[in-house]
Write a protein that binds this ligand. Structure first.
Ligand code: DC
Length: 220
């Protein structure tokens, strides 16, 4: 069983995918974390995230793999656990830029397809329904308004005690959406066969239940 979830930044994909995986006993694959690890690799080499040629020349030297510790996905970059560096806004934006590179995508898509071939997965990202798992039995396009997404992110940062500006967060979310939706290779889009769920006014559990219901219908 493959459950594919695509959607823009901050729509709640990873929170929801993790819960679904825990309830069903599936593996959760956070593909955004792989693109973030690749961005980290590129930046650590001192390469400009916009330098496509240098990225293509170097991306195959990054050995990115995934392990699970107590059900939590650990991303290894050349053997180093890089989880702690991945979840910042800065790395997210860099990943949005470097992920536009077709050589980066080719490498990571192959890894994602290999993971899904051998086990039941819930996988989230931008091109899961369209490119990575076009034959997934359940396909979801999860979205929410940019205002709601920004407010969720703002609350998360405030809880961590980090200073932040709501308007700036929304501006960054809109810029990242634009970049992810307008790139040449595998842009974020809703495929015709995906079910759109707008989570703006839904609780996390309501979304989780709706997707599990879709899965149950498939296996009936
Ligand atoms: O889901 P996220 O915010 O962790 O993703 C970070 C960036 O990686 C996102 O802006 C675009 C890119 N990405 C992608 O191009 N394809 C995916 N399947 C997942 C993420």
């Amino acid at each position: 069983m493959n459950i594919a979830i695509d959607g823009p930044a901050g729509a709640g994909k990873s929170t929801i995918a993790k819960k679904i995986a825990a309830r069903l006993g599936y593996i959760y694959v956070d593909t955004g974390a792989m693109y973030r690890a690749m961005a980290l690799y590129i930046v650590r080499l001192g390469i400009d995230p916009k330098d496509a040629e240098a990225i293509s020349a170097n991306c195959n030297n990054a050995d990115i793999s995934i392990e699970y510790e107590d059900g939590v996905q650990v991303v290894l970059l050349n053997g180093e656990n890089v989880n702690q560096y991945l979840r910042t806004e800065e790395v997210g934006f860099m990943a949005s830029t470097t992920s536009a590179n077709p050589d980066v995508r080719k490498k990571l898509v192959a890894l994602q397809q290999k993971l899904a071939a051998s086990t039941d997965v819930v996988m989230d990202g931008r091109d899961i329904c369209s490119v990575v798992l076009p034959n997934a039995q359940v396909k979801v396009y999860l979205t929410a308004s940019s205002g709601v997404r920004a407010k969720r992110r703002y609350d998360e940062l405030m809880l961590k005690g980090e200073q932040c500006d709501l308007a700036k967060i929304e501006e960054d979310i809109i810029a990242r959406d634009y970049q992810d939706m307008h790139r040449e290779h595998s842009p974020l889009k809703k495929t015709e066969d995906a079910t759109e769920i707008d989570s703006s006014y839904m609780t996390i559990d309501e979304v989780v239940d709706a997707i599990i219901e879709m899965k149950n219908k498939v296996i009936q």
